[in-house]
Design a protein around this ligand. Structure first.
Ligand SMILES: NC(=O)c1ccc[n+]([C@@H]2O[C@H](COP(=O)([O-])OP(=O)(O)OC[C@H]3O[C@@H](n4cnc5c(N)ncnc54)[C@H](O)[C@@H]3O)[C@@H](O)[C@H]2O)c1
Length: 350
């Protein structure tokens, strides 16, 4: 078969995963890299043996010898660069969140569909066995009618140095700054946990209360060019179209956890608990007769397909698999609303 030619746009930290995943596929060639940081670009293309390197997207488009782009730029760049790629007739595998505001995400989904191109969004956890198994069990009716949901995404890179030093590395500093187009923890991993929850349950949020917090971290809340104004912690209280309610939390200060996702779904006939913390995870169920004895049983989870494989299959078939741009745009609406609704609450004893 003719290989699918991939351009990697943005050659920072996450781009390594894209280079590894696409580079390992027999029917894919990673033909080029693009970054506005020349040193990073040179090191990246040398390490991954990528033949062509471009200082910006326009130069890559002028060359044009690629079928699809993996957009691994910072969040603020997803919308402008993806719109350019679509206008040039390229398929796009975009990192999350799709955009920084709902309107831009919708424009991206609209443009993609109008151009008849394939687009997917890298909501990574679709590729975890635990999520796929949880969704299947819920769809089979194992928990009955869903009543209550708890979901959390725990990180601690603002506390521990296991992922480097946020005070000095640009990849953490842009994540701390709305001015640099970040939606804080809400956009960075809140999008993952909202997708995880709603994909597993199949339900849609209909009402929400939101609390966001930005911790003081540096003198004047600033480090160099970065104003540290993005949220670091979030709690969403949600109602869903199936009559259930749920709590969703995400934080960069959940000390002792590098990157852990957890979900608990309680129904009127049973319950499921799932977690994933790369490279491991587990699912357990309390259902049927076990409900009366409070007995939980582990469930085996078959391997799931990574988004990278699904995207290449989509390009070949000319039809996007999920998670697509439209799905990501729907999730983006929740992020917009969370920011709009974020409250400090009523004082206790006030
Ligand atoms: N799916 C996941 O689980 C996951 C995990 C980590 C990061 N991400 C996403 O990947 C994206 C990149 O994150 P990262 O941690 O790699 O950040 P990073 O800062 O390490 O890398 C971004 C790179 O893009 C380059 N860049 C910026 N603007 C550009 C432009 N206009 N054209 C070309 N290059 C440009 C920067 O110079 C940098 O090298 C973000 O959107 C992030 O949310 C997703």
């Amino acid at each position: 078969v003719t290989p699918v030619r991939i351009l990697i746009l943005g050659t920072g930290d996450m781009a390594k995963e894209h280079a590894k995943a696409f580079g390992a596929m027999a029917d894919v060639e990673v033909v080029g890299g693009v970054d506005i940081d020349p040193a990073r670009l040179a090191a990246f293309t040398a390490l991954h043996k990528i033949p062509h390197a471009f200082p910006d997207l326009e130069a890559a488009l002028a060359w044009g010898a690629f079928d699809a782009a993996a957009n691994v730029t910072p969040d603020s760049q997803h919308h402008p660069t993806t719109m350019r790629l679509i206008a040039a007739g390229k398929h796009v595998f975009c990192e999350k969140p799709l955009a920084t505001i709902h309107g831009d995400a919708v424009a991206m989904a609209d443009a993609l569909e109008a151009a008849g191109l394939v687009g997917m969004v890298n909501l990574t956890y679709r590729g975890t066995p635990e999520l796929q198994k949880t969704r299947a069990l819920i769809a089979e009716g194992v928990v009955g009618r869903i009543r209550h949901v708890e979901a959390s995404y725990r990180q601690s890179w603002l506390v521990g140095r296991h992922w480097g030093d946020w005070r000095t590395e640009s990849r953490w500093l842009w994540r701390l700054s709305e001015e640099h187009g970040s939606l804080g923890v809400l956009g960075d991993v809140g999008i993952h946990i909202l997708d995880f929850l709603t994909f597993a349950t199949g339900s849609t949020p209909t009402a929400m209360q939101a609390r966001l917090v930005t911790y003081p971290k540096a003198p004047g809340d600033r480090i160099g060019a970065y104003r540290l104004d993005a949220n670091d912690g979030m709690i969403l209280s949600l109602a869903f179209d199936d009559g259930s309610i749920g709590m969703v939390q995400a934080s960069r200060t959940m000390t002792g956890y590098a990157n852990r996702i957890e979900l608990r779904v309680f129904g009127d006939r049973g319950a499921i608990e799932a977690y994933h913390e790369y490279p491991q995870g587990a699912v357990r169920v309390c259902a049927g007769a076990d409900v009366d004895t409070l007995t939980w049983r582990p469930v085996a989870c078959p391997p799931a397909r990574p988004n990278y494989d699904a995207f290449i299959r989509s390009v070949r078939a000319g039809r996007a698999e999920e998670p697509g741009f439209r799905r990501a745009a729907d999730l983006q609406r929740i992020l917009d609303d969370a920011r709009r609704l974020a409250t400090t609450g009523d004082p206790i004893g006030g």
